[in-house]
Design a protein around this ligand. Structure first.
Ligand code: FPP
Length: 255
């Protein structure tokens, strides 16, 4: 990690006008709650979905920015289990975005060695969402660069309930005993088992909530809140968050 960081510092940082300082550490895994699309649209007299469309464009910008500085994984909260409560037309628009995004940008993601993954429940998602995501997962499965992890129909409490059910089942089938269950066991049963916990969680739009996102995984994540609405969140804003993260002293409960 440090070798990679130093290499990056030497080779890339001088070409990155957006990064204003040399960083001591970059996060491996960044998770983002992309909030504020509706307000962005409203302030322009546009329908809410126009904000989501602009938000999708920003996903591309952020993926490129993350890839450029060697972040290993980016988890984006694209549709929560609670988002089904929105008007049906908005729900449909949101669930068509992965298809739109991947139709346009999958070739670019492949070229940039990005690996697409998903967390969330497939049950209930329409075919047009699932087919697009599954195709992208298949086509990028051997890529070794940035992991672009879409949280789709994802809710952290549901994820934990499912994990508990599986653990109880496995104990009942004598795979291991109750006393063998550790924090690592729980992590292995979560949908994010293939990723390290996020080092940094970013939420845009000024809301100071976690909204049922990665509740177990963010136990020691650094939290970064900004008033900037997601469609306005630029590469520079992203690098500001990374710079802020690099200044934080992470003690994980120690001194
Ligand atoms: C919250 O903003 C945002 C969402 C529920 C959707 C986020 C989705 C995207 C940014 C695009 C996803 C792109 C891909 C490729 C899957 P809000 O609508 O709640 O904003 P508001 O609080 O201002 O109303």
């Amino acid at each position: 990690m440090l070798d990679k960081l130093n290499q990056w510092k030497k080779s890339k940082i001088k070409q990155q006008p957006q990064l204003t300082q040399e960083l001591d550490v970059i996060p491996k895994h960044v998770a983002i709650i992309m909030d504020g699309n509706g307000r962005w649209a409203k302030s322009r007299g546009l329908p809410r979905v126009a904000g989501h469309k602009q938000g999708m464009e920003n996903v591309r910008t952020t993926v490129k920015a993350a890839n450029k500085i060697g972040i290993e994984a980016l988890t984006l909260y694209a549709f929560s289990t609670e988002n089904w409560k929105r008007p049906p037309k908005e729900v449909e628009f949101l669930l068509r975005l992965p298809n739109q995004f991947l139709s346009r940008f999958l070739p670019e993601l492949i070229e940039e060695n990005v690996k697409v993954t998903m967390i969330g429940t497939k049950t209930g998602l329409p075919t047009y969402t699932l087919e697009a995501i599954e195709e992208a997962i298949e086509q990028t499965k051997n890529n070794t660069g940035l992991v672009l992890n879409f949280a789709l129909n994802y809710g952290s409490r549901f994820e934990m309930v499912e994990a508990i059910k599986h653990i109880v089942d496995d104990v009942a089938h004598d795979k291991y005993g109750k006393d063998d269950i550790t924090e690592e066991t729980v992590s292995r049963y979560l949908m994010t088992s293939f990723l390290p916990d996020p080092d940094l969680l970013i939420r845009t739009s000024g809301e100071l909530r976690i909204s049922n996102f990665l509740l177990w995984q963010i136990a020691y994540s650094e939290l970064y809140f900004t008033d900037v609405l997601w469609p306005d969140f630029t590469e520079e804003h992203f690098y500001q968050a990374i710079e802020e993260f690099s200044k934080r002293s992470r003690r994980f409960g120690g001194v």
